[in-house]
Design a protein around this ligand. Structure first.
Ligand SMILES: O=C(O)CCC(=O)C(=O)O
Ligand SMILES: [Fe+2]
Length: 358
């Protein structure tokens, strides 16, 4: 790869048309666009995404009903019952950057059985079964199908990324986790005169390699913003038929900072909003040394670009090398985001994690 210095900022999010990846006539242009999106923006829209419309629509259509279920049903699958941080959490139970996020969510993951026992790293306890609410008989298969499709898309995407960064296909595959995670999220509308409008506070995604976000509300509903290198917030409007894909912290580490995990947030506004982020997981036992080691020479030749001061100040333990494994930093994020759960299931590290600002 030629050496380069990244100085430019961005004012909009580029779009990558995935259908161009299968045609040798369009692939070279696609790779150039993808490389720019990876190195200079960290966010992109993916169109012609190769996921059946029926799978996406099935999930989108379930959301209003899911969030209007009785409190009793929501409580029956409460996150606070799960050491795996899988389940429902209400407005006010999650923090980002020491402030409360105004959103409700159901978190699901690749369906797994719990296998953790004393002696294994605590982060292995993140693996476990989902909690399924009593709801429309079809719901579980709708979610499982969606997770399955997004897992496959994520693998195809990793190969395309490798290609765009002049690496062999399969380069990133050995670091994939057995668990990907999915959130179904509802942001209530902000009340008039409400000075606190943090839907989710500024953060870099800390659940793995890539996030594929489905903005599941109509285009007039705003909320998602990303921080550009000049320190300005840029809107990411809803574009029907696309996913918004962004770099997670693990990918920033692996690429030696060449592909930055871009800071983003959601502001609540005059409309309620639904969204569905899918987090492609990274092996929990992967160490920072292992993650950066083999590709050091490849990415070391590239100057890592500067980000804004606000972005550098965002909590990012794995990036800063504070914890040895990816799993530990992932567990730390979960404990910090859902503190009551952290205290209940992980008392031995709760204090350490919540007091340790990275
Ligand atoms: O709801 C959104 O648009 C973004 C959510 C998000 O950034 C997250 O959950 O990590
Ligand atoms: Fe995020």
């Amino acid at each position: 790869m030629p050496s380069r210095t990244m100085t430019s900022s961005f004012n909009e999010i580029p779009t990558i048309d995935l259908s161009q990846a299968t045609d040798p006539a369009t692939l070279p242009k696609l790779l150039i666009e993808l490389r720019y999106a990876l190195t200079d923006v960290g966010f992109l829209y993916v169109s012609n995404r190769g996921v059946p419309k029926s799978v996406v629509d099935g999930l989108v259509n379930a959301l209003p009903k899911l969030f209007s279920l009785d409190d009793e049903v929501k409580k029956s699958v409460a996150l606070e019952k799960s050491p795996h941080f899988l389940g429902y959490s209400g407005v006010g139970s999650e923090n980002t950057g020491r402030k409360v996020d105004k959103r409700e969510q159901y978190e699901f993951g690749t369906e797994l059985t719990a296998t953790w026992h004393d002696g294994l790293p605590l982060s292995e306890r993140l693996r476990g079964p989902n909690q399924w609410p009593e709801f429309d008989g079809n719901f579980r298969s709708v979610v499982e199908e969606y997770i399955n499709e997004l897992s496959l898309l994520g693998e195809r995407f990793l190969d395309l990324i490798a290609h765009a960064l002049s690496l062999s296909p399969g380069t990133f595959q050995p670091s994939l986790s057995d668990q990907h995670r999915l959130k179904l999220v509802y942001y209530p509308e902000a009340s008039t005169g409400d000075s606190e409008n943090q839907g989710v506070g500024p953060h870099k995604d800390s659940s793995g390699w890539w996030t594929s976000l489905l903005q599941a509300s109509p285009p007039e509903v705003k909320g998602l913003q990303v921080l550009n290198k000049a320190g300005y917030w840029v809107d990411v409007p809803v574009v029907p038929g696309t996913f918004v894909v962004n770099t997670g912290q693990a990918f920033e580490v692996v690429t030696n900072g060449v592909c930055k995990a871009t800071t983003h947030r959601v502001l609540s506004g005059p409309h309620e909003r639904y969204s569905v982020p899918f987090f492609q997981g990274m092996r929990r036992d992967l160490t920072k040394a292992e993650a950066t080691g083999s590709l050091k020479a490849h990415f070391g030749a590239l100057a890592a670009g500067k980000e804004s001061d606000e972005a550098s100040a965002v909590d990012s333990a794995f990036l800063k090398g504070k914890y040895d494994t990816w799993g530990e930093s992932q567990l730390r994020t979960k404990v910090r985001s859902h503190r009551e759960n952290g205290k209940k299931f992980y008392p031995e590290v709760h204090e350490l994690y919540i007091n340790d600002d990275a």
